[in-house]
Every structure is written in structure tokens, then in C-alpha cells.
Write a protein of this length. Sequence first.
Length: 273
Amino acid sequence: MRFITTLTALLSALTHLVLAAPLTEQRRARLAAKRAAATPRILGSHPLIPADGINASSNGNNSHVQYSSNWAGAVLIGSGYTTVTGTIVVPMPKAGSGAGGKASSASAWVGIDGDTCSTSILQTGIDFTYTNGQVSYDAWYEWFPDYAYNFDGISIKAGDTVTMTVTANSKTGGTAVIENQSTGKTATHTFSAQSAALCETNAEWIVEDFESGGSLVPFANFGTVTFTGASARSGGGTVGVNGATIIDIQQGSKVLTDCGTSGSSSVYCRYIG
Ligand SMILES: *[C@@H]1O[C@H](CO)[C@@H](O)[C@H](O)[C@H]1NC(C)=O
Ligand SMILES: *[C@@H]1O[C@H](CO)[C@@H](O)[C@H](O)[C@H]1NC(C)=O
Ligand SMILES: *[C@@H]1O[C@H](CO)[C@@H](O)[C@H](O)[C@H]1NC(C)=O
């Protein structure tokens, strides 16, 4: 019994260690995988699957639906995007349908570029992971192709209302800000002199299934993520999400999300796996 108890304690300690590390590893691996896939479109780890026969949303404004293996959400394609913002209520993730007992994760973020512009992405968001009845969260910022880094000193829980904003002050510098709407407290990272210049041609609100070790992590059942107050600045004016391209995640023959816009300032994604 003592042996078992000790073994259990050891296993529990090991599990804790294993649990503590994976998100950072996964995020780094996700970045490494994006780099390795030297395709012209970062989000396209496979060619676009035409929307024939599947209407991801009945919203009349969501006429351009694309499918991706890792991105779901809405992308504006234009020019001169310098700020993208959106607010989410942090979801309580559950195991995804394909998790098979493994940890499942998803990430919600806002960003500039990464769709038709593959040079770089300025992004900030929150990862959520479900493992064996436990959930964990990380808030992060990234200027692809550099790694993503966690913000320090933010503790996130389900139900928190969080505003995410990225701003490009130039094509090689800017800020990533996560704001806690309950407290007004912000965490900010300032980027400068990045080697990869932005195109400023994409503004997006995304729920992502990221990669670890070259394959997608089991996608978490995130319920619904809604980006409210979704807007971008372009050419000195503010634009909403009307006319955005809607992207849903399809893996194999299965469509896992149903995303769309609602009104001019809201983007929603539902997990339907
Ligand atoms: C998809 O939407 C279009 C336009 O509303 C409609 O004509 C078509 O029948 C729909 N297809 C399916 C499979 O629901
Ligand atoms: C926001 O602040 C509240 C109140 O202090 C706290 O409970 C919550 O976890 C915070 N959320 C984030 C994302 O900082
Ligand atoms: C569609 O877009 C128009 C403006 O282009 C907007 O007024 C309307 O609310 C949108 N409809 C929906 C269902 O989002």
C-alpha cells in the first residue's frame, strides 16, 4: 500500500509537471509547424475546400465561406489595417469529440495578417485547455514568425470578459493588449523593429486549433466564443466585420465549427464537432 501511495504521489507529481508545461510547448510547436509548412498561406495547411453543399451559416452576409484545418472565424481582406480589437467571455472548454481522453485545446485571438499575407502575424489571445476534468488558460502575444510568449501576472478563468487588441504603429512595430473588463487592468507588450514586416491586408477574429509536434492538438469543445465590439482601423477610419470572409474548421470530412457575423461588430464561432 505504501508503495502504491508513493507511486500515486509520484505519478501525480509527474502529471502536474506534464500539465504545467504543454501549452508553452504546444504553442512553440505550433509556431514551428507553421514555419515548417512553408506554404504561401499560413492558415492553409491543406488547400481550401470549396463550400459546395455546406452552408456554415444562414446569415445572409456570410457569403464567402472557406474551410481550414486550423482557423475558424472571420477575416477582413483589404488594406491598411492597423488595429484589430474584440472582446470575448472566456469559455469553459470540454473535451473535443476527437480527443479520445487526451488534452484538448483551442485558442481565441485577434490579429493582423496571416491569411492572404503570410509574411507575419501580429496577434494576441487566450489558449484554453481541458485535461481530465481540469481546465487551464494562458494569455499570449506573438509577432509571427517569432514565438508566442505568455503574458505574466494574468490569471484567467471561465466567465472573465477580456478585450484583446493589436495595434501596428508601423509595419514592424506595435502593441498587443489584453484588458480585464472587470478591473480595467491591462497587460501590454510592445514590439519594435520586427524583422518580418506586416502587409496590413488582413484583420481577423479567430478560434484556432493549433499544432503540436506537426499535428493538430485535439480540438477542444469550446462551446461558443463570441467576439463582440469587433472592429478594425483602416486608413484612419473604423470598420466593422461586414463583408468578412467566414472560415470554418474542417478536419477530414467533419466540419467542427459554425462561425459567422452578427450585425456589424460581432463574430461568433460555435463548436459543432
Ligand atoms: C446554401 O445557401 C444558399 C443561399 O442561401 C441556398 O441556395 C442553398 O440551398 C444552401 N445550401 C444548403 C446545402 O443548405
Ligand atoms: C479579472 O479580474 C477579476 C477580478 O479581480 C478576476 O477574478 C479575473 O480572473 C481577472 N481576469 C483576467 C483575465 O485578468
Ligand atoms: C448585413 O450587413 C448590413 C450592412 O452591410 C447590416 O446592416 C446588416 O445588419 C447585416 N446583417 C446581418 C444579419 O448581420
